[in-house]
Design a protein around this ligand. Sequence first.
Ligand SMILES: Nc1ncnc2c1ncn2[C@@H]1O[C@H](COP(=O)(O)OP(=O)(O)O)[C@@H](O)[C@H]1O
Ligand SMILES: CC(C)(COP(=O)(O)O)[C@@H](O)C(=O)NCCC(=O)O
Ligand SMILES: [K+]
Length: 249
Amino acid sequence: MILELDCGNSFIKWRVLDSDSASASAEGVVGSDLALIESLVALPGLLLTRCRLVSVRALEETSKLVTALYETFGVAVSCAAPAREMAGVRNGYEDFERLGLDRWLAMLGGFKLARGACLVLDFGTAATADFITADGEHLGGFICPGMPLMRSQLRTHTRKIRYDDAAAERALEYLSPGRTTVEAVERGCTLMLRGFVLTQLELARSYWGDDFTVFLTGGDADLVSDAVPQARLVPDLVFVGLAMACPLS
Ligand SMILES: Nc1ncnc2c1ncn2[C@@H]1O[C@H](COP(=O)(O)OP(=O)(O)O)[C@@H](O)[C@H]1O
Ligand SMILES: CC(C)(COP(=O)(O)O)[C@@H](O)C(=O)NCCC(=O)O
Ligand SMILES: [K+]
C-alpha cells in the first residue's frame, strides 16, 4: 500500500492507495504529525510499502515527519522537489525553487487533466492562483490570505470579533448581509474569496477567451464553487501532481 501526504500550512491531508494505485482505501485530514500517525496506526491491515509526500513546511519540520514515518512503519518516503520543467509544464518563477510545491503539483495535475490552458485556484491557508498556457508555460500567479488567515487576522486585531466554529458554519448557509458578527465576518471573507476568483477569471479570459479550464482545489474550494459553475472541483489535484512528480517504480 502507498501512503500519500500533502502537508499544508494548517493541515496534513493523507490517503492510502492500494498497491495497484487505483483507489484510496482510506483518507483523512489531520492537524499534526502525531494525529497522522495515530490515524494510520488505527487502520486495520495497514501494510505500507511506499510513501510520497509534498510539504510547504520548513525542511526541519518535514524531516521530523519523514523520520517518524520511517520509525513507525519502516517505510521510505519520497519527497516532491522543485523543478524547472516537468510533464510539459515550465515553472514561471524567476527562482523556480521558490514556487510553493503544492502550487507546482496542482499545476502539473491541472495541465495533465486539462490538456490545454488552465487556471488553478487553491483555497487553503492561503488562496493561490496560477496561470498555465496551452503549451505549458506557467505565467506566474497570485497569493492572498485564505479563509483561515482572514478569520484569524480579524480575531487577533479586533476586540469584539469572537465566535465558535459551529456558529461560523451556520452563518455560511446564506450570503445576504450579516445581521450578527459571525455572519458579517464569515460572509464578508467568503465574498473576498469570490471576488478574488472573479478577478482571476477575468484575467484568464483576457489571455485565452473561453478556451481554458478552471480548477478549484484546497479545503475551502466549496466556498467559492458557486461563483464558478464552469470550474472543475478536484479536491485531490495536488495528489494527481504528486504521483507525477514522485513515481514509485
Ligand atoms: N475535512 C476538513 N478538515 C479540515 N479542514 C477542512 C476540511 N474541509 C474543509 N476544511 C477547511 O479547509 C481549510 C484548510 O484548507 P487546506 O487546503 O487543508 O489548507 P492547507 O493546505 O493550507 O493546510 C480550512 O479553512 C478548513 O476549515
Ligand atoms: C502560497 C503557500 C503559502 C500556500 O500554502 P497553503 O495555503 O497551501 O498552506 C505555499 O504554496 C508557499 O509557501 N509557497 C511559497 C511561496 C510562493 O509560492 O511564492
Ligand atoms: K495546500
